[in-house]
Ligand binder design. Structure first.
Ligand code: SAM
Length: 234
């Protein structure tokens, strides 16, 4: 006999709504990539604003295992750089199109998964680098906090993170957020544009310090568009 109580009608409705939410945001991102794919392919190169800091970070770091996970890998542009530096590259993204493009770009046996970063159980102590560019804020602050906790556990001792998180004050100047709805404290949903309907959480410097307080040697830089670049180690 099952040890779980039978599902009630209310439980079923919650499960359906949850599944619909996941399918909706996955579809929105997939459409963004399908449209970008049609327009040009130059967007697949890393933007200068993170590239310079990222290269400096790699040059001064010492990685023993050389195994990276990129959360929200998009079309794989950061993984490609890491592959050329000798890393074994794993990645995840919610867009099927982006995942296919990353697999094609890397062309090896890298594990690139189409999945929801807030649901995926990352293997503990597996990576000595976890990167996530312009991605982890696509949820509520509670979801982001749980994810950062799982990132901490997935990093091996002395492993490092390179993660970006948008700044609370700067976000007020973003064109895409002129028309928005606040769905939770510090979490906004744009009402127009390609990311319409997708939650984005924004952080003050103090909140970021708290969010990454388990990590050692926290370094925070801001890019010219109001994204904090978080570098730290376990
Ligand atoms: C702004 S793009 C950045 C992509 C890439 N890191 C880059 O810098 O080019 C955000 C990425 O996060 C992915 N994403 C958003 N929500 C996600 C989720 N819940 N789980 C996994 N990936 C997600 C999107 O599909 C998209 O590829």
């Amino acid at each position: 006999m099952s040890q779980f109580p039978p599902l009630k009608k209310g439980d079923f409705v919650i499960m359906v709504m949850f599944l619909l939410r996941i399918i909706t945001f996955m579809t929105i991102w997939d459409n963004i990539y399908k449209n970008k794919k049609k327009s040009s392919d130059t967007w697949a190169t890393p933007s200068d604003r993170f590239y310079t800091v990222f290269k400096k970070f790699l040059d001064r770091s010492d990685f023993k295992i050389k195994h990276v996970l990129d959360i929200g890998c998009g079309v794989g542009k950061y993984l490609k750089i890491l592959q050329s530096e000798g890393f074994k590259t794993d990645g995840m993204d919610s867009s099927e199109t982006a995942v296919e493009m990353t697999k094609k770009l890397l062309g090896d046996d890298s594990a690139i998964l189409c999945t929801d970063m807030f649901e995926f159980e990352i293997t503990k102590d597996k990576y000595d680098l976890i990167t996530s560019i312009l991605t982890i804020h696509h949820g509520t602050k509670r979801q982001v906090q749980c994810l950062v906790g799982r990132i901490y556990e997935a990093i091996a001792d002395d492993g490092k993170i390179f993660i970006t998180v948008p700044d609370y004050e700067s976000s007020k100047k973003w064109d895409s957020f002129k028309n928005h709805k606040e769905v939770a404290e510090g979490t906004f949903v744009p009402l127009l544009g390609p990311e319409k309907g997708l939650p984005h959480s924004f952080y003050t410097k103090e909140e970021i310090r708290k969010l990454f307080s388990n990590f050692k040697g926290l370094m925070l830089d801001m890019d010219n568009q109001g994204n904090w670049i978080v570098q730290a180690s376990k």
